[in-house]
Design a protein around this ligand. Sequence first.
Ligand code: DAH
Length: 339
Amino acid sequence: MKEALEAIRAAARQAIAAAADEKAVDEARVRFLGKKGELTGILKQMGALSAEERPVVGALANEVRGEIGEAIRERTAQLAEAAMDARLAGEVIDVTLPGRRPAQGGRHPFQQVLAELKEIFLGMGFEVVSGPEIELDHYNFEMLNMPKSHPARDTQDTFYITENILLRTQTSGMQIRTMEHKKPPIRIVAPGRVYRSDAVDATHSPLFHQLEGLVVDEGITFSDLKGTLEAFIKKLYGPDTRARFRPHHFPYTEPSAEMDMSCFKCGGKGCPMCKGEGWIEILGCGMVHPKVLESCGIDPEKYSGYAFGVGLERITMMRYNIDDMRLLYENDLRFLRQF
Ligand code: DAH
């Protein structure tokens, strides 16, 4: 029986040492110490021993049981430690690694110019308003003194949705929308998208932007218009910039004019930028037509006003020396990162 106990001791040591995980350790426990285990089997036979042998074998059996139990606890602890080490190694964080820089966006050059324009006009006491891009013919044309038969409509190739609904071709309709619900004094600018059925090239796009301006009050004259618009281009292009007004025709202003500014590149001497002219056309303007005031319920005998409309792409392109309008819409980061 002593040999049997020694054999169990050796077999148990080996099995426990070889156990690769908790499950294998538990299997060894059941195999040697369990109710039907090998050691229990021996103990059950103790009754057959002589009175002298029994305490000796009993002591040995206790010793072996204690040893197996201890080996199991040790192996379990070893395995737990190894598992923890493996987990820590797998989850290691190198706190000395440099951080990841968050990608930072920037304002599109067009938005930068628009923000600047708003700032300039807000500074001169204007209010910034906006209106619908899908517009009624009524606001886009009719009320601006351009009835359906008017030849000036032909200069704006219009996207019609129905006979009376269209994509606005100009922001000038905002003059009407403003005067309909607001009485003088009125001082607004209305930036926004406009649409015309033009083919895309370096200076045309079916979608572009304008900024409309309208001032109506008692005693407004053409010199108010000139003073304000001159101040505007000086703020935008520098104090040496000069303005020039050429007679023109718009159905909703009388008199009407186009404003040129002295070339920001050559200062007026003539260069490729201004095609040798020294001047660059930048906006249309005029004194609000009395008929327009009247149809909005504003007495043209008492009030007068001026209006203007600027193409924002042009302003942006001149501001940043961009020679192709398509660059503003292509969202090419190589281009946009320069601003
Ligand atoms: N609506 C004109 C255009 O699209 C620009 C314009 C000219 C606006 C004269 C005005 C104005 O308010 O008075 O070309």
